[in-house]
Design a protein around this ligand. Structure first.
Ligand code: GMT
Length: 382
């Protein structure tokens, strides 16, 4: 198939998932065209089946405070779909991509070209941004007009049906992990450098938005550190970073917390982790938790959204109510002070992650595309 992929090219979960999907499809022989405003962060190596079309949006005109990206994307889509003769367009994150795809489809239709559109809902496009009144009607319309819709968890599907008036089927296709990359590695030298006295290592990775509740990570760490000699690695960057640095100083924890910023080789850092923390306010799936589990790191998470579809309480880690830092700390202390429990959680985490292996999930996208193309429902677009 010739597949177009539209996504945010950043380190956010939706962009990471979309890029890994495209890379996986390309390895299976499909021609994959990424259409984004810059090279996707995880698209770092050359593949003969991958094409990158940059949406340039640098028109300077006194009238534009912000150059209209959506319009530039529509035109780029029309151009790429027409000249590369794509079979299907897959847009990740509904805002604005699903609406933009609908417009591109209509323009192409006026030229006698049919392109089926698949929209994947990732999370905050529904749970945070999508229900904001300034986006709601356009998101609802575009979901209903997509030829195929997928959501990354059962929880996100339910929330979409609850918040919006949806008359389209939503197929759940969970996030996946590539075990060629995310697997337990021996990084003892690195572990020694971070934790020279054999301290336990807690890890958190996110884009430091308020929804990730990084403050809870730090408060949990403070409690754990009172009982277990430990260090905390904070990976990623974003709007809350400065506040978090301030909180560390306030609590006198700076010596034991390392802010590592954005990192490409997350798997190397996960390799030294003893526990992964994800106390999010909202989390449609929790890709970062899955990647940690693939590296045999148990997860302590909140019970937000679809997290419990990944992290099974008492089996692969522990789940606590959102904001319950006491319970999270108690669970971490339990696992870090009982080797038998810790070892069991680690091996269960790996077994659970294997259910979301790229080799299992990717064919689900392939057959979904095939079913949409074959059903030809998109030919009836009005
Ligand atoms: O919140 C993020 O880290 C980014 C966000 C996004 O939309 O880019 O991630 C969402 O998509 C991921 C991939 O499908 C999911 O694993 C994350 O759970 C989801 N984040 C939220 O729902 C907050």
């Amino acid at each position: 198939m010739k597949i177009g992929i539209v996504c945010y090219p950043t380190f956010g979960g939706s962009g990471v998932l979309a890029t890994e999907l495209g890379k996986g499809l390309a390895r299976k022989g499909h021609k994959v065209h990424f259409i984004t405003y810059k090279q996707p962060a995880r698209l770092t190596t050359f593949d003969a089946n991958i094409y990158f079309h940059e949406v340039s949006n640098n028109t300077e005109y006194p009238l534009f405070e912000y150059a209209p990206y959506d319009t530039a994307l529509v035109s780029k889509l029309v151009d790429v779909i027409q000249y590369e003769k794509l079979d299907i367009l897959h847009v990740h994150y509904a805002i604005p991509h699903a609406t933009v795809a609908y417009l591109a489809k209509k323009i192409l239709l006026s030229q006698g070209i049919y392109i089926p559109v698949v929209t994947t809902l990732h999370g905050t496009d529904i749970t945070l941004v999508g229900i904001n009144k300034s986006f709601a009607s356009s998101v609802q319309f575009a979901i209903n007009k997509s030829d195929g819709v997928t959501a990354v968890s059962e929880s996100l599907k339910s929330q979409t049906l609850e918040y919006f008036d949806i008359n389209n089927n939503i197929e759940v296709i969970h996030n996946f992990v590539d075990f060629n990359r995310f697997k337990k590695r021996n990084k003892d030298h690195f572990k020694k450098a971070i934790a020279p006295e054999g301290e336990k290592i807690l890890v958190h990775t996110s884009n430091f938005r308020p929804v990730k509740r990084v403050g809870d990570v730090i408060k949990v760490f403070q409690k754990v550190r009172e009982k277990v000699a430990s260090k905390l690695l904070l990976i990623g960057d974003g709007p809350e970073r400065q506040n978090m640095e301030f909180l560390c100083r306030q609590l006198g924890l700076c010596e034991d917390i390392r802010f590592l910023g954005k990192q490409d080789a997350v798997e190397e850092l996960l390799a030294v982790g003893d526990v992964f923390l994800m106390p999010s306010e909202k989390e449609s799936f929790g890709l970062a938790a899955l990647e940690a589990m693939a590296c045999e790191v148990p997860v302590v998470s909140s019970d937000a959204g679809g997290l419990q579809e990944v992290n099974i309480h008492g089996k692969t880690g522990f789940v606590s109510p959102i904001g319950d830092v006491d319970d999270m700390a108690k669970n971490i202390i339990k696992m870090l002070t009982d080797e038998k429990i810790h070892e069991e959680l680690k091996s269960n985490a790996l077994l659970q992650a294997q259910k979301f292996d790229l080799d299992i999930i990717l064919p689900k996208y392939e057959s979904f595309y095939q079913s949409i193309i074959e059903s030809k429902v998109w030919k009836n677009v009005t």
